[in-house]
Design a protein around this ligand. Structure first.
Ligand code: KG4
Ligand code: ZN
Length: 337
């Protein structure tokens, strides 16, 4: 009874994720990451990520099925991240998904990674409000979107970053300040309890009526690097520098997201992507949204970073909406689309 079991596969970056969802209910999941293998390079190395996906994907499928008490033959549809992302990494997931779909004789849905992030917490209960403004902040993206019915309406891009993504900025600044990889979580931890007003780092492109929803983070990264270089023996505690940097990022993100809600007369804001796991972003977004009368939705931390459940949840939504499956020649689409 009910809809099919949808298996979601995510391999766009360094996480190998598998999720099993039926009718909005999470049945099983598995996640494997190659993060440690990239640490010494200071960033994700595509070939290493792809090799790790080749090794981990089938075991992840097995482990998700075991967790759900299901067999491969119980899978009724497959969703896979088609892009954007690292080309070699995406090819692994798309090829595997096509192989499973062909062998099992079930429909295959190639989905957009960002749409997947938007579906991150659908399995935790409430359907998404329609319309909503979404702030997607990850290692590869910083975008403000206007979202209608996720299964039917095109997503409207209101603005993106001109240069670095917010997560990329966290990662690069962490490196400059000598924090471990990945930088985002390290910055988050190091800033706790420190003075976020110690240093006034720039808030790029704020107060700009010509670019209200456009972001730029490379100048901020440079400003922090320059400050660190020119103050080798500073009395400012490192934690204060880190907290001040983090405050600049989350100030810009929340200000522009709330502005987008106001300008569009939309009182629902969804914040997703790896950087949405940031504690100060969650806190500041909550207080500013409360002031502005905006309902804020941020998925649980572990659903913010890349995973297979979000892809399965989106696939499940598409199946229930009667969406057309992808053609058999589905290919990975690494670039923006
Ligand atoms: O969504 P995600 O897992 O992968 C991409 O699609 O990019 O996001 C990863 C990014 C990384 O840049 C990481 O440093 C950042 O999210 N991130 C954080 C936190 N946790 C992960 N940034 C700030 N604070 C965090 N707690
Ligand atoms: Zn992502």
């Amino acid at each position: 009874t009910g809809g099919p079991v949808v298996m979601g596969i995510e391999t766009s970056c360094d996480e190998t994720g598998v999720g099993l969802v039926r009718d909005g209910v999470l049945l099983g999941e598995a996640l494997s990451t190659s993060m440690d293998q990239h640490a010494r390079y200071g960033g994700v190395v595509p070939e290493i990520a792809a090799r790790a996906h080749v090794q981990s994907l089938v075991p992840c499928v097995r482990s998700a099925l075991d967790a759900a008490g299901l067999r491969p033959a119980d899978i009724g549809a497959i969703a896979v991240t088609a892009g954007p992302g690292l080309a070699t990494a995406l090819h692994v997931g798309v090829s595997a998904a096509k192989a499973y779909a062909t062998a099992l004789g079930v429909p295959l849905f190639g989905v957009h990674h960002l749409a997947g992030h938007l579906a991150a917490d659908l399995v935790d209960g409430e359907p998404l409000p329609n319309p909503l403004i979404a702030l997607i902040v990850s290692g590869g993206h910083t975008s403000l979107l206007r979202v209608g019915d996720l299964a039917r309406d095109p997503i409207v891009h209101l603005g993106d970053t001109l240069d670095d993504a917010a997560g990329e900025c966290f990662d690069k600044v962490a490196r400059v300040l000598g924090l471990p990889y990945p930088g985002g979580p390290a910055v988050d931890r190091a800033a706790v309890g420190h003075d976020r007003a110690a240093l006034a780092f720039p808030r790029p492109l704020t107060g700009r009526t010509d670019a209200p929803y456009t972001f730029s983070f490379s100048g901020l990264k440079t400003a922090v690097a320059r400050w660190a270089e020119s103050h080798p023996d500073s009395d400012v505690p490192p934690g204060d520098v880190i907290a001040s940097f983090q405050e600049a990022v989350v100030d810009v993100l929340t200000a522009k997201a709330i502005r987008a809600c106001r300008d569009h007369g939309i009182a629902d804001l969804l914040v997703v992507g790896g950087v949405a796991a940031n504690s100060r972003l969650r806190e500041l977004a909550a207080s500013r949204c409360a002031e502005a009368g905006i309902r804020l939705r941020v998925p649980a931390r572990r659903r913010c970073t890349d995973n297979g459940v979000m892809i399965a949840a989106l696939g499940d939504l598409l199946v229930r909406a009667g969406a057309a499956p992808s053609p058999p020649d589905l290919a990975a689409m690494p670039g923006a689309f």
